[in-house]
Design a protein around this ligand. Structure first.
Ligand code: DC
Length: 228
């Protein structure tokens, strides 16, 4: 039995997608691709260029024109990958609170999604890939051989995000993070185009009570079991 070649991992913010996706890709020697990076890159560059995030046309034109590149890490500072927008390293900038805040409305624009989804599909077509996001199993790779949907309570996800920020040595306010996470959940789930939801054939794993090793073991069990 061969392993699934295209693995989709979806779920809300801080449900463990990136951690699990990165580790799984490493174990399988697959390409790891975190699609949230692309929406974040568009948001950050729009903020930099003074494009109003409410300007759908302006933001969409930007998404259609900027060149986003994700490579192996170029600096050993804890990053999973290096992200370039038009050649500039923006790996850490896209994790800033103003990007967290602005990215959900940006990713609700159909034209932005169309531009980025097309690039994601091209990466998926090559196979041997673990792709992480919100709509990978439903829209980007509906024919993925294995689809995982990771979930966790919003309080637990806010706690994880809080810890992550503190570990980077930055100030963080739990209540603020929790509020922002609820808002993002709502926008991501209620948007018309490619809303956050599990594909009908996805394996749903609630990670609220689970550690990274336990989730990884569970996902690997599905990798071994799935029959492409
Ligand atoms: O996974 P993340 O927090 O880095 O994603 C940032 C935002 O991008 C998230 O609020 C929703 C959006 N996103 C999306 O709409 N579709 C994807 N496939 C990935 C992310």
């Amino acid at each position: 039995m061969s392993k699934p070649s295209r693995i989709a991992i979806d779920g809300p913010a801080a449900s463990g997608k990136s951690t699990i996706g990165g580790l799984l890709a490493e174990r399988l020697s697959y390409v790891y691709f975190d699609t949230g990076v692309m929406y974040r890159a568009v948001t950050w560059v729009a903020l930099q260029r003074g494009i109003d995030l409410a300007d759908e046309q302006g933001v969409t034109a930007l998404a259609e024109s900027i060149h986003i590149q994700v490579t192996q890490p170029t600096v050993a500072d804890g990053r999973q990958y290096t992200v370039y927008a038009d050649g500039e390293d923006i790996t850490w900038q896209i994790r800033r609170p103003e990007v967290d805040h602005g990215v959900s409305p940006v990713s609700a624009y159909p034209g932005v999604r169309m531009a980025l989804t097309a690039q994601q599909r091209r990466i998926g077509q090559a196979g041997r890939v673990v792709m992480v996001g919100r709509d990978i199993g439903t829209v980007v790779m509906p024919d993925a051989e294995l689809k995982i949907y990771l979930d966790a309570s919003v309080e637990e996800r806010a706690r994880r995000r809080y810890q992550e920020i503190r570990e980077r040595g930055e100030p963080a306010d739990y209540e603020h993070i929790l509020r922002d996470m609820r808002r993002r959940d709502r926008i991501d789930s209620e948007r018309d185009t490619a809303p956050l939801r599990p594909a009908s054939d996805a394996v749903i794993i609630d990670t609220t009570e689970l550690g990274v090793a336990e989730v990884l073991t569970e996902v690997e069990r599905w990798v071994d079991q799935s029959d492409p």
